[in-house]
Structures are given as C-alpha cells and as structure tokens.
Design a protein around this ligand. Structure first.
Ligand SMILES: [Zn+2]
Length: 249
C-alpha cells in the first residue's frame, strides 16, 4: 500500500504539528509499516530507516529530532539540542520535552496514549507530551505548560494539538480505576460503547489545558483502537508506535 506516511500536518504562525499513521515505512509485521518506537521488539535498522523517512517527509533532518524515554511519569526535560551521546542511558526518562530552540523537533511516541503537541509561536517555545492515563493523572501536561511558561510562553497564546488515541468509548477499565481517575480529573469519566466503565484520557487532557487558559485546542477525531491505519497497544499488544512531532521555523 502506498500512502503518505503522515496522518496530518498543520501549521499555525510558523509552528508545525504532525502525527504519523502506520503506513509508509519499512517494518515487517506486526510492526508494519511505519513503526517509530525503538523499544517494542522491531528491527532497530527498520526503526532507524522509518525515523529518517518520517523526518524527511516533514522537511526535517533526522538528527534534529529529539526523542525521549517515556515512563508514564510527570517529569519534563528542557532541551536545547539533540542528546549528545547515543545509547539508552543517554536519553532521560521523561514524558515531556520542552524547547525554545527553533528548528529543533520534539517527538512523542504513542499507541493509544494521547500525544500532546504545544506551541507558543510568539515566545518561540514548543513542547511534546506523552499523556497516557497515568501521566494525565500525574499532571504531566500542566507540568509541561509550566515549563513553557518558564521559558516565556503565555497560556493564552499556546496552540495545542492532540493526536490519534484510544477514545473514551473504547478504553475500558475496572470501576475502581475509573473512580480513581475521575477523582483527579472528572472530565475523564467515561463509559464504553458496550456500557462498562471507561476512561477518556483525551477529554482529561483537554480539560487540564482549558483550566490552564489554553484556548486554541484541537483534538484528532481518530481512535487508534478503532482505526486499522493506526497502531493500538490495547488492540494488538505487540505492535508499533506512532509519533507526534512539533517544531518552529
Ligand atoms: Zn474508540
């Protein structure tokens, strides 16, 4: 199948937001085709090629894309360039990256979790955030916004785009877990299409951003669990990872 590797690219005042889908790469099943995750069992060479293909289709140098070692926590790293040394120990375990360096692209990997891309084009500050259920509850999105503010951003100017993620009608959880999440973020309270307790992480993320004063927000309508064009961990378990990229001219 020949498809553009990119699900959607949008630009606002020189800030660029991109989300991949699963097509346009070289990985074999069950990671076909554009797996961008390096820790999911895929051939590292295929992942490297896929990252190059995706970067080039965005007009980016693959060396200017910063990745993170995501651990479902609340920690944020402020970066001003690619990690200096290679290898797993060199990449910090955080779930949000923030930069004020124009031309540097920040990337977030997901397969059901919510990829959150943020930009204040006036201040020249961007952030990429991995917000799954634990991260949303732990406040990684507000932490990223605070780090952006620390670099001169203002919430009223921040543009927020969230990418394909499992929707609240598909993300079934035990009743106790829904209660626990809802106690922290009531907007995340949901019910599956088959009538059982669920969590809507995307709704939770957008409620958090709204309370922080971020008004320009858009949410992808794509549910990864329902879409055959996207990787879904809950659906397939052994599968690839999608990526979201944000950068400034
Ligand atoms: Zn769904």
């Amino acid at each position: 199948m020949t498809r553009q590797p990119l699900d959607a690219v949008t630009s606002v005042s020189g800030a660029h937001f991109a989300f991949t889908d699963r097509w346009g790469g070289v990985s074999a099943a069950p990671y076909e085709q554009l797996n961008l995750g390096g820790a999911v069992g895929d051939d590292p060479e295929a992942v490297r090629t896929n990252r190059e293909l995706a970067a080039k289709s965005l007009g980016l140098d693959p060396a200017d894309v910063v990745w993170m070692n995501q651990v479902h926590g609340p920690d944020v790293a402020v970066v001003d360039g690619p990690w200096r040394s290679r290898g797993t120990g060199a990449v910090p375990s955080v779930d949000a990256l923030v930069t004020a360096r124009r031309g540097l692209a920040l990337a977030v990997l997901t397969a059901d979790c919510v990829p959150v891309l943020l930009a204040d084009p006036v201040a020249g500050v961007v952030a990429a955030v991995h917000a799954g259920r634990p991260g949303m509850v732990a406040g990684v999105v507000p932490a990223a916004v605070r780090a952006m503010i620390g670099l001169g951003a203002e919430p009223s100017r921040i543009v927020a785009r969230t990418g394909p993620a499992v929707c609240g009608r598909c993300y079934e959880v035990p009743e106790a877990m829904r209660a626990e999440v809802s106690a922290v973020e009531p907007a995340a309270h949901a019910t599956t299409s088959w009538g059982t307790p669920a969590v809507d992480v995307g709704a939770g993320v957008h409620a958090q951003l709204s309370r922080l004063g971020v008004r320009d927000r858009e949410q992808s309508p794509v549910c990864t669990f329902e879409s055959g064009d996207h990787f879904s961990y809950r659906r397939d378990r052994t599968t690839g990872r999608l990526a979201g990229y944000v950068w400034l001219d």
